[in-house]
Design a protein around this ligand. Structure first.
Ligand code: ARG
Length: 278
């Protein structure tokens, strides 16, 4: 394989500490309410993730955690921003509904902005089901549906954000959000686990991204695809060693972090990190 120099771009992120993190309801197959979480360990792991991002030179804004919202640590679900426009979230399950207003208030404060905020009509879970590739085909949004986000939200996001949205159907309940099945590696390329998508959606991805890195089921089950990349450094959890090797072979630099407690809620690195795109 020819060597490609992968260039990092400095990013701005939003994270919310797991101050009230528990698994007290089960809304995805990974959540087991009978196994207690270790709140101190969850917080320690979250701090190491935040430090990994700031050590790479990125800015991390912090969202104030709200008591009674145990999934708020998964900050990626709260909104989706592109070029200063923010498409707000509307959660599928009532247990998470109030998180949307906390994110809305963050954008109203203009940190990392300025922002133009649009309240959604349709159910959508922010960056959990939306990814942005600024240099792919002039700027492309990839959007998942099948478990959480309503496909009607894909058209709504296209109108709010003014970028083409490619709808992709998720078919495996273990990979209930786009961001556990697919990730942007840089401004134009992706990594994904094909079998998480319908056959037609697999054809769409193969057509648009012929150079994608292909992950297997073990990579996806280790939550390796739930990664955050700055274009060169790829932060992914410590379980995902095999995927880390594939990404190294493609010229990226994996940065592994331990995030075992957040996996109990059905999430990992990317779920905990919203990218702000002013
Ligand atoms: N327990 C959360 C839920 O089921 C986990 C969310 C994970 N976030 C993500 N971006 N995939 O909603």
């Amino acid at each position: 394989m020819s060597y490609t120099e992968r260039l990092p771009r400095t990013r701005t992120y939003l994270m919310c500490p797991p101050a009230h993190f528990t698994v007290e309801y089960a809304i995805n197959p990974w959540m087991d309410t009978t196994v207690p979480v270790d709140p101190a360990l969850a917080l320690k792991q979250w701090i190491l993730l935040r430090d990994a991002l700031t050590d790479l030179g990125h800015t991390v804004h912090v969202l104030e955690p709200v008591p009674g919202l145990p999934d708020m640590v998964y900050a990626a679900n709260g909104a989706f921003s592109v070029d200063g426009r923010v498409y707000g979230a509307r959660f599928k399950y009532p247990q998470r509904a109030a998180e949307a207003a906390a994110h809305r208030a963050f954008y109203a404060g203009e940190a990392g902005g300025p922002w133009t905020f649009a309240d959604p009509v349709h159910v959508n879970e922010g960056e959990g089901d939306f990814a942005y590739l600024p240099a792919a085909h002039g700027g492309l949004i990839l959007a998942g549906h099948g478990f959480r986000t309503d496909p009607a939200a894909h058209a709504e996001a296209q109108e709010v954000l003014g970028r083409p949205v490619i709808s992709l159907k998720l078919v495996d309940p273990a990979f209930y959000h786009l961001d556990v099945a697919l990730a942007a590696l840089d401004d134009e390329n992706i990594v994904y686990y094909p079998a998480a998508f319908s056959e037609s959606s697999q054809r769409v991805l193969a057509q648009l991204f012929p150079d994608a890195v292909i992950a297997d089921r073990a990579d996806a089950e280790s939550f390796g695809l739930n990664l955050v990349s700055d274009g060169r450094h790829i932060v992914l959890n410590s379980e995902a060693t095999a995927l880390g090797e594939k990404l190294s072979a493609a010229g990226y630099t994996p940065v592994h972090v331990e995030l075992g407690e957040l996996k109990r809620g059905g999430g990992s690195v990317k779920c905990a990190v919203a990218e702000l795109r002013p």
